[in-house]
Ligand binder design. Sequence first.
Ligand code: NAP
Length: 497
Amino acid sequence: MEAVQVPIHRIFINGQWVESASGRTYEINNPAHTDQVLGAVQAAVVPDAEAAVEAAHAALKAWAGTPAPQRGAILYKAFELLRDRQDEFARSITLEEGKTLPDAKGEVKRSMNIMEYAAGEGRRMFGYTTPSELTNTVAYTVRRPLGVVAIITPWNFPLAIPAWKIAPALVCGNTLVFKPASSTPLTAVKLVELFEEAGLPPGVLNLVTGPGASVGDCLVNHPKVNGISFTGSTEIGSRLYVQAAETLKKVQCEMGGKNAVIVLADADIDKTLRGVVQGAFGSTGQRCTATSRVIVEESIYEPFIEELIRQTSQLKIGDGMDEGIDVSPTASESQYSKIMEYIGIGTEEGARLAYGGRGLTGPEYDGGYYVEPTIFTDVQEDMRIAQEEIFGPVLTVFKAVDLDDAIRLANSVKFGLSSSIYTHDLSKGFQYVDQVEAGMVHINSPTLGGEVHLPFGGMKASGVGAREQGTEAVNFFSEVVTVYIDYAASRTQAKFI
Ligand code: NAP
C-alpha cells in the first residue's frame, strides 16, 4: 500500500516559513486513533530559537512605533479570519488534542472573543494624567511595550491559550517568539498563518516548534527576551520563574490546579450535580479549571454520591469527532499513563474506587487513549490523589462537617486556581468568597471557564505574576512610563513637597 503523505509544517522566523537547523521533523498523531498521522512539524533546536529572538528583536522598533489602533486593526482582521474559519480550527483542535467537537468550537469562540477584545485595546491603551506637586508642570503616564516576549503554552487549549497571550501582547507593541506544546503544534501553525494573512509585519510573531527543555529553556535564558508568558505545570513554571530572575525578565506563570466544589446541604442538588459532572469530566478533565475535588456537607453525602455515580455512568465515551460524545480520549500516551498511575495510587492509598478506574479497550476504543470517568470517595486530605494535580477525568470526593470545615478542606492544597460553592445561603456564599484561596471563585456555577474581559488566573502554586486577560493583560504586556513636563522651563531645581 502506498504511504499517505502528510503535510510537513515549517517554523516561522522573520516572516518566512523555514526548515529547522536540525533538519529533523516529527509526526503528530490523533489521540483517538493513534495510527492516524495528522501532520509533521520541525523539531526545532536552540539555533532556531536564537534566530527567532533576533528576528523579534529586529522587528521591535517598527512595531512598537506603529500606533496602537493600527496594531489593533491587524488583530481585528485576524479575528475576522478566525470567525470565517471556525469549523476548520475546531476540527484541528479535536483531531490534535482529542477534546469533543463542541468543546473545540467553544475554544474557538473564546479565542475569537479574545482577539476581538484585544483589538479594541488598541484604542484603550490608557495612561492617566494627575496634578503635579510642582508649578507649571504636567504629569502623566504612557505605556510602552515590554520588548521581545516569549509565549510558552501547554497542549490542553492549543488555540485559546496562545490567542489569549499573543493578542494582548501584540496590541501592546511587543514582538514575540511563540513556543507551543510539542504535542499540539498543528493548531499553533494555523494560528500563526492566520496572523500572517492578517498583515502582521515580518519578525513580529515568530514560531518555533521544539522541545521545552532546549528551545523553551533558550527563550527563558536569552538576554534579548524581556518577558515571558507561560502556561503549564507548576513544576516547569516554578523552575522557569527562578531561571528568568537571573536576567530580570518580567514573568507571568499560570500553572496547575486542584479545583474544589463545595456542596452545602441547602444547594439545588440537580443543578449542582450537572455542574460537578460537567466540571469533572467535560474536556476529559484536562482543563486547568476542571473540578477535581468535591466537598459535600455530611448530611447529604450518601444520596449525593449515589446520584453522582448514576449520572456519571450515563456519560458517553468516544471519539470527540462523533456526535453526542461527553468524554473523549486523553490527549497523549503520557497523559493516559499518568492518569492510570494516579488511579492506582488512589486505590493503594485506601480511597474507595466508587466508579470507573479502567483504561478502555475494545473495538470502539482500540488505538485511542481512553480512560473511564473515575470517582474516588472516602478520600482523606493527606492522600496524594487529594493533593496532586491529576489532570484527567478523576474526581475525588470528601465529606465536610460544615461550611468552615469545607473551606478548610478546599484550602488544604498548594494550588489556588478556581473554586466553586453551591448554596442558597448568600451569607455562607460571601463567607466563602472572603476565605477561599483561589483566583477565580464561583457561586452556583461550575469551576470552569472565564470571560475574556475579566482577569483569569490563580494564586498560591497556581499562578505568579499578573493575571491574564481583561485589563490585567495590558498591565502585564506593557511598561508604564511616568512623564513630568515643566512647560514654562523656568525651574533650576525641582522642589517636591
Ligand atoms: P508543561 O509540561 O509544564 O509544559 C508547558 C509548556 O512549557 C510546553 O510548551 C513545554 O514544552 C514547555 N516547557 C517544558 N519544559 C520547559 C523548560 N525547561 N523551559 C521552558 N519551557 C518548557 O505543561 P503541559 O503538560 O503542557 O500542560 C498541562 C499543565 O498546564 C497542567 O498542569 C495544567 O493545569 C496547566 N494549565 C494551566 C492553566 C492556567 O491557566 N492556570 C491553563 C491550562 C493548563 P514541551 O511541550 O516541548 O515539553
